[in-house]
Design a protein around this ligand. Sequence first.
Ligand code: 5AD
Ligand code: SF4
Length: 545
Amino acid sequence: MRVARLTKSQMTKKLYIETVGCQMNVLDSELVVASLRKHDYELTDNTGDADTILFNTCSVRQHAEDKIYSALGRLKHAKQSQPHKIIGVLGCMAQKDQRLIFERAPYVDLIVGPGQLHQVPDLIKGIEAGSGQQMEVSLGRKDGSRDSIERSHESFDPLRDPAMRPTPFQAYVRIQIGCDKFCTYCIVPSVRGPEQSRPPQHILSEARQLADEGCKELILLGQTVNSYRFRDAAVASGQETRMSDLLYALHEIEGIERIKFITNYPKDMTDDLLEAVRDLPKCAKYLHVPIQSASDRILQRMKRGYTVAEYLVMMDRIREWLPDAAVTSDFIVGFCGETEEDFQLTCDLLREQRFKNSFIFKYSERPGTKGAEQYLDDVPEEVKKRRNNELLAIQNQVSEEDNQLFLGRDVQVLIEGPSKASLKLQESGRQQESGRQQVSGKGGSGKGESGQGESGPGAPANPESGSRETGNHGTGNHGIGQQDAESQQLQLTGRTMCDRIVVFDGNRRQIGQTLPVTIYDANAHTLFGTVVTQHIGPELFSLSG
Ligand code: 5AD
Ligand code: SF4
């Protein structure tokens, strides 16, 4: 009997995955890709080539959902002409809209909530085998006991895919899922389920594995990451592991040079955590602690659980423990009932507190939240837009002024890779060479509606806005040897320990290293510098002579 053998490339299927939203989604996409690679999928950045097209979605704001429904609309004809193409919607919008997605886009094959992503490979297999449309979502917040709801939201974390990381040197590590804070504007507690901290042993073994793979920076993720606390139910007298305990343990891992964590909840910024950040040299002196509004009336409507005065006391404590820390924030403008007076209080606080940067969002009503039920979304869109721009202008001024203070200073930069300008240049070089247009693929759009830096707090992935020319740029690697390519000058980007973006000229060999850079220019978003070079003194020459 002859067995027809498929070659590797004949067996391999192509996956296109697009990620919208926060770092949690970027990590989820990494895990989905890792699990599909085990089923002979490889990535493509072209929907036309793809056997399976997945959208990992966000439902924090309406705009993010609209983008996905438009993208699905554009695939309608492709699905008609290639009915075997599998189209899937994953993540928060899948959990929120569920069957509504099938109603709005009947050619979608797959809907999977963020707590069910481990099922994606089997669900795809089922669809290939002809079982029709598939949907797997977690229980709603009122659909069972806390225990059963928690279990239905459990994430899957063991599989990793280095190709999907922000850079080969940086990785997200989930330490907590879900949220129990129930801010009235926010959909996250319903789509991501109850707050659950991951066992520290799991986090540590994942972090060790990442370090073994060459990862130098860990970015710990949680919706309210500093609320992390784990008590082993199996051990009656079990001690509780706090966020600070976790930091001490992670700090021990050889190879890890930097540890960041996002996003913090103001009420849980405890002294033991600030002390750990101060005392642990690998901990980035960088804290993202959203305030959302500086009007007590609005904070109360948002049910944030603190007053402005309490937030300011927390800021004072941060500055006491960590005088040089960079603090960043999120703001929502135009929340229900926000008056001009409320908004001015927010502007004043931003001027006073001088956040390193802020992510500023126009309120977007989310059906199913308390905010949508209780309050009228009564601030007109033009007013939201104007307030958004005004607050952003204040933040830009603060950021620019504070960045100017770095002129002439040396900063330690973990080099992430080519700058955006370099990548663009390489891309256009490639296009000229191949004479055809490339379709861009998989990237996460980040959360920054008006943020500085495009990919949300602490997010790497070449977020610098530096389109400024700083001299010699690389021209792509085509037609040159490996060694030449490595030493060729190109514009690079990286971050300081305080999460400031730095752009400078260097070469590929420096990517992944931490080097001192002298800053000679700065704008609101980016510091520009030159790598501090070590001069060989004349005494060395005399030795060899
Ligand atoms: N509208 C606008 N912004 C929102 N955010 C959360 N929910 C909404 C909403 N309904 C913002 C908050 C939060 C960030 C992740 O997104 O500022 O900190
Ligand atoms: Fe949403 Fe508030 Fe939880 Fe943050 S703390 S995820 S804003 S409910």
